[in-house]
Design a protein around this ligand. Structure first.
Ligand SMILES: *Cc1c(COP(=O)(O)O)cnc(C)c1O
Length: 222
């Protein structure tokens, strides 16, 4: 995709999205130049799904970028991002939360996270069951994992054209978000990607992760 159309697409999203909805541009597989270009339009929030790729971009790009990790995170890799990560959106186990807490303490900072909840019917997707998310959240409100801040929830809907299935899944996550917010106010409900961000926003999302609709198709060959 040439740069004129990246700018057009980015501008389209900026003007289309309600002001209260945060836009995370998902730049996985795209070169650092693409991020630099979006940065030059004023964009600061980027999502990557692999630690190695995120770090190699972070090293060469401006320091005021807010990096979101949106993919499955292995516990042994937490330390590589603990010093600078803005938000880990993909916490899918207690073991991982524990390690993030440990590394946050070592780095003398709090690390912001989202609990990733499995709302899709496909069993290929990572994420906590609703009951597990409730348990983890309760533990945190009781004082466990003091060096992490659970800011909200993230979820991915089933990959389908069936809008009612997607709507049902997003609504389930919104319901959990509201339920947990009663105990401790949550800020971020991250749901919606290129194909379903409109529906996600209708269902209460306030943070969308948009990749291909802005950056173009991904090339996984290299
Ligand atoms: C790749 C990815 C996205 C963006 O997907 P697009 O369809 O390109 O918008 C969003 N969220 C997660 C977790 C992803 O891995």
């Amino acid at each position: 995709m040439n740069s004129a159309s990246i700018r057009d697409r980015y501008t389209f999203f900026r003007t289309q999205l309600p002001p209260e909805v945060k836009l995370i541009v998902v730049t996985k597989t795209h070169p650092a130049e693409t991020l630099q270009e979006l940065y030059s339009f004023g964009h600061r929030s980027f999502g990557e799904n692999k630690v190695q790729e995120l770090i190699s971009k972070q090293e060469v790009l401006p320091a005021d970028i807010q990096w979101h990790l949106i993919g499955h995170l292995q516990t042994n890799k937490v330390k590589q991002i603990a010093g600078f990560i803005h938000l880990i959106e993909s916490v899918d186990s207690e073991k991982l939360l524990q390690e993030i807490d440990r590394q946050a303490e070592k780095n003398d900072r709090k690390i912001n996270v989202l609990l990733q909840v499995r709302i899709a019917s496909e069993d290929t997707k990572f994420g906590l069951e609703i009951s597990e998310a409730k348990e983890l959240f309760q533990k945190w409100t009781q004082g466990h994992f003091p060096n992490v801040e659970i800011c909200g929830l993230m979820g991915m809907a089933t990959f389908t054209d069936n809008q009612s299935v997607i709507r049902r899944e997003f609504s389930t996550l919104k319901q959990l978000f509201d339920q947990l917010s009663v105990r401790h106010p949550l800020q971020t409900l991250s749901m919606g990607m290129s194909s379903d961000y409109r529906l996600a926003i209708e269902c209460g999302s306030n943070s969308v992760r948009v990749g291909s609709a802005i950056c173009g198709d991904r090339d996984y060959s290299n």
